[in-house]
Structure formats: structure tokens, C-alpha cells
Write a protein that binds this ligand. Sequence first.
Ligand SMILES: Cc1cc2nc3c(=O)[nH]c(=O)nc-3n(C[C@H](O)[C@H](O)[C@H](O)COP(=O)(O)OP(=O)(O)OC[C@H]3O[C@@H](n4cnc5c(N)ncnc54)[C@H](O)[C@@H]3O)c2cc1C
Length: 424
Amino acid sequence: MASLMQFQIIIVGGGIAGLAAAIALRKDNRQITILEQSSLSTEIGATISLQPNATRILQQSWGLNNLLEESNGTVDHGFRIYNTDGNMVNEIPLRSKRQYGADRIMWHRQDLHAYLRKIATNTNGEGQPATLRTSARVSCCDCQEGKVTLEDGEVLDADLVIGADGIHSSLRTSVLGKMIKPKPTGSSAYRLMLPTALLNESAPRFAANIKPEEPYTSMVMAHSCRLIMGPARDAQLYSVVGLVPDDRMNEDPDSAQSWVTRGDPQKMLETFKDFPAWTQDVLRNAESIGLWQLRDIDPLETWHSGRVILIGDAAHAMLPTQGQGASQTIEDAEALGTLFGHISERPSQDEVSSVLAHVFRGRYERASLIQQFSREAAKPATEQGINVIRMRPDEFMDYNCTYRGVRDWDEKHATVALTLVLNE
Ligand SMILES: Cc1cc2nc3c(=O)[nH]c(=O)nc-3n(C[C@H](O)[C@H](O)[C@H](O)COP(=O)(O)OP(=O)(O)OC[C@H]3O[C@@H](n4cnc5c(N)ncnc54)[C@H](O)[C@@H]3O)c2cc1C
């Protein structure tokens, strides 16, 4: 039973951002409720990876030492690049642990989601477990009062409201007072997930080339299309993502606006007809093909208003080219957990607003830059560099992966600001 003296937190959205925020904020005298519109009975059949900047937070800052064993995660050992003749032309070992002190880990999305859900809602963690209410769709929020209105008319009150409701966020409209529509980015992604045993049996040429049990991310690139592939769930499954510019795709890109849109196998084969024959064997064997038009948003003018803050894709949806979308949500959650860490009593609206302003200051520059670089990396090489991004990919990898939490970020930026003042 909720006590009136408890710090009441509502999280809108039970995706990776919402669950991570619940884990980060769990503490004595707090009641956390996650409102999720779906029944959460199915997660998307695709892989997802977290980069060292995020796995370090999970394993080292939050002490989730059992992450790999309990979530069926696979440590990525490196990238294998193939040319259009089908020959491996480069193998780049990933030395994340040595270089960045943490691993890049790949999952089936269902497995990572289920693990985070367990940690957010089980009775073993700090404070009270978060309550997850499914089939609870939020329509809007009064940001100053912290009143969240569900689609069925129910109104819930909270001291702090977190909008983790994804790229098509409703809370974003409440925070900004206007609707921001995600932008098509001119690319779409086919998504396939196949049992590794089926691949070995039905696509032996593919299996011989790729070795689907080995923990590597493999990439084939041709004519601005890319296949990005890797194992999941202890190599029982193999995932293939085909990135295609919309103007090379044989499907109507406007039909591909949701995760559940199906791709047409023949049209997909036509798009990848110039790819090595062995890659087409795997495309031919796919039973179910997802198609997703890639969208992102421009950096927003703000993420917060009154008692409400946006995190994850609601705040900074980005393209998957840097594999940083989910990792940035984990960084948002860490910032919330750390900067609300000192608050144990029910906070006033001013206290909440002031911490949210700090979270925004600590996160905005970095998330916006990674958003921009992800957009830049999606362009064909001939078009890159027109915008402001001037870093090389390896420099950006360092920028992405060396992050050590919001306090460290604050300190480094305070030092830079002080140096600038002293030099003036
Ligand atoms: C093809 C592709 C591949 C990708 N690969 C990677 C990768 O390898 N690594 C990576 O880091 N990122 C990847 N990403 C990006 C990553 O998936 C997202 O950045 C991440 O899932 C964002 O999490 P989120 O919780 O903010 O949003 P979501 O995962 O969209 O979750 C939002 C949740 O809110 C719920 N919701 C929405 N509206 C409401 C409402 N009104 N009321 C209640 N609930 C609501 C939704 O049902 C959903 O459960 C990829 C994306 C794509 C498209």
C-alpha cells in the first residue's frame, strides 16, 4: 500500500529506457509505477547490442554481475567485413574490455527486455520493487502538477514523471506544448531472425562463410545497402538486418512505419540481388521478415518541464548506425538515479525541477552529438562530412565508449569551463 510520504514516481513506457530508469531509481521510500500501453506479451524479434558505455553502467555502477549469464547475452568479439564477391576483406577484433573496461554485448531484444524487467520488479533489489501496469496507455500529462491521464480517463498523481514512451512519445507533446513528428531518414531496415540449426541445414554456403555460432558482427556492403548480422541467445538464433536507402527499396517506404510491418521476400531479394549468392540463401530461408522505416528526431529544445522529463527515444531517437540508441537510454537512467540519489523524502516541485534541469544539462550535449553522428554515418561516403561532424569513426568510438556516468561528465565539463574562464 502506497504511503502518502513516499516519493511517487511514474514512468510512462516499459521499454528499455523505462525499465532501466526504474532500476536506477529504486530506493527506500519510493514507489515506482511503470505504465505500459501494450500487454508486453511479445517483444520485437531482432537483436540489440549495448556498447561498453552502457554495459559498464549495468555491471559496474548498478552491480548487475549476473548480467551475461542470466540474460543470454553474447560478448561481441569483433567485426568481419565482406566485399561484394563474398570474401572477408577485414577482421577487426573488438578489444572493448581492454580498451574501455567493459564489453559490447549482443542480445535478442526479448532477452534483454525480460532481464531488465526482472531486475526492476523483483523483490531482491534496493527499495520496493517497481509495479508494472500493462495495457495502460497514457494520453497526456499536466507537467506542473504531475498528473498523468490514461486513455480510459483515469488520472494518476506523481512527484516525478518520466516520459520513456519511445519515438512517437505522447509525453513529448505535453513537455514541449507542441507535437514533434519523427523524420523519415531516407533509409529502411529489413529484420530477420533464424534458428542457427536451420541455417546450417538450409543455407550451408552461408553457414560456411559466416560461421553463425561465432560471436562476431558480420557486415556486407554494396551500393549503399548493408547487411549487418550476428548471433543471439547463445548462438541458437542468428539475426540479419538489411539497411536499404528508400530509393533502392522495392517496397513502399511509407507502409513501413511500425515495428510490425512485414517485408516482402521477393522484393527484398530483388533489392539485394547484387550481394554474394551465399547471402541470398539466408534471405530465401526467412519465414518472417520485418520492415522498419528508420526515423529519428532533431535535438529537442528541451527534455523537461515542471515535474516531467523525457528520456530514451522520446528525447533523442537516433539511427542505429552507431548502435547507441539503447545505450543512450541506459546513460539517461544512470543520470536520473545518480542525481536523485540524495532525495529520500517526498520532494517539492522546485526540488524535482531543479534535479531535472541538472539531468538535462548533463545529458543533452552528448546525446545530441551522438544523434547527429548516427545520422551522418547513415549517409553514403560521398555525402558525409557536409554537416558539422568532423571526428573520425574511431575517435567517435572513443567518445561514445569512454563515458563514465553523469558525475564524471559534470567534473570534466566543470574543468573545461574553469580553464576557459582562467584563459580569458
Ligand atoms: C533496426 C533497428 C536496430 C537497432 N539496433 C540497436 C542496437 O543494436 N543497439 C542499440 O542501442 N539500439 C538499437 N536500436 C535503437 C533502440 O531500439 C532504441 O533506441 C531503444 O529501444 C529505445 O528504447 P525506449 O525505451 O526509449 O523506446 P521503446 O523501445 O520504443 O519503448 C517505448 C515503450 O513505451 C510504450 N509506450 C509508447 N507510448 C505509450 C503510451 N502513450 N503510454 C504507455 N506506454 C507507451 C511502448 O509500447 C514501448 O514499450 C535499433 C533500432 C532499430 C530501428
